[in-house]
Design a protein around this ligand. Structure first.
Ligand SMILES: [Zn+2]
Length: 203
């Protein structure tokens, strides 16, 4: 049953093996979003996926910076960047979507994080906050006005995608039951407050 109309789109963020238990950058309980995303997707006529898609040796990997460890923050050219374990390397198993996703009607997969020197949390804009992914233009051309965001992780890619969706002028909600967070030093609570302040509906 579809409760959405032609102006609604569901964006499922980074539901990939490396962000699920057993993956290189596992979000606690990350795979719990899979059945919820599947259910949610059945109520939307239009579904878009994002896929974290890094070059080997990507600048957001701690392994690319001698002496640095995962979850440390360093200064890159564009500003502070948390360093991550190697994850979602292009065309590896870790980068593939969780096998439990059952989303036959996905209309677009937008890949992000493929510029070797720039990380990308947001589905819309990379971490230099200038390089667009092209998603806003795509959604506008398709006539979408309302975005619902689900996926991983609440405090990083979901957060930045939701903030950028608002900034791009879309009515935006985040389906919290279909999200899980990494939670570094209270980052989930902070993310929820930031989204609320930006006018994102948390449902
Ligand atoms: Zn990444």
């Amino acid at each position: 049953m579809q409760s959405s109309d032609a102006r609604d789109v569901l964006i499922a963020v980074d539901v990939q093996n490396d962000f699920c238990p057993g993956g290189a950058l596992a979000v606690p309980d990350g795979d719990a979003v899979v059945p919820v995303v599947n259910r949610l997707a059945h109520s939307f006529a239009h579904v878009v996926l994002t896929q974290d898609w890094h070059t080997p040796g990507h600048s957001s990997f701690a392994s690319a910076h001698p002496g640095c460890r995962p979850f440390e923050t360093i200064a890159l050219e564009y500003g502070p960047q948390i360093l991550w374990p190697d994850h979602c390397v292009q065309d590896t198993d870790g980068a593939r979507f969780h096998a439990g996703l059952d989303l036959p009607r996905v209309e677009l997969v937008i890949r992000k994080g493929f510029h070797p020197g720039i990380d990308s949390y947001s589905a819309f804009r990379e971490n230099d906050r200038r390089t667009p992914t092209g998603l806003a233009g795509y959604l506008r051309e398709r006539g979408f006005a309302r975005i619902t965001i689900a996926g991983l992780a609440t405090d990083f890619c979901v957060l930045y995608s939701a903030l950028d969706a608002r900034e791009a002028g879309f009515e935006t909600s985040v389906a919290l039951a279909a999200c899980r967070g990494i939670d570094i030093d209270g980052s989930v609570e902070k993310a929820l407050a930031e989204m609320r302040a930006a006018g994102v509906a948390l449902t």
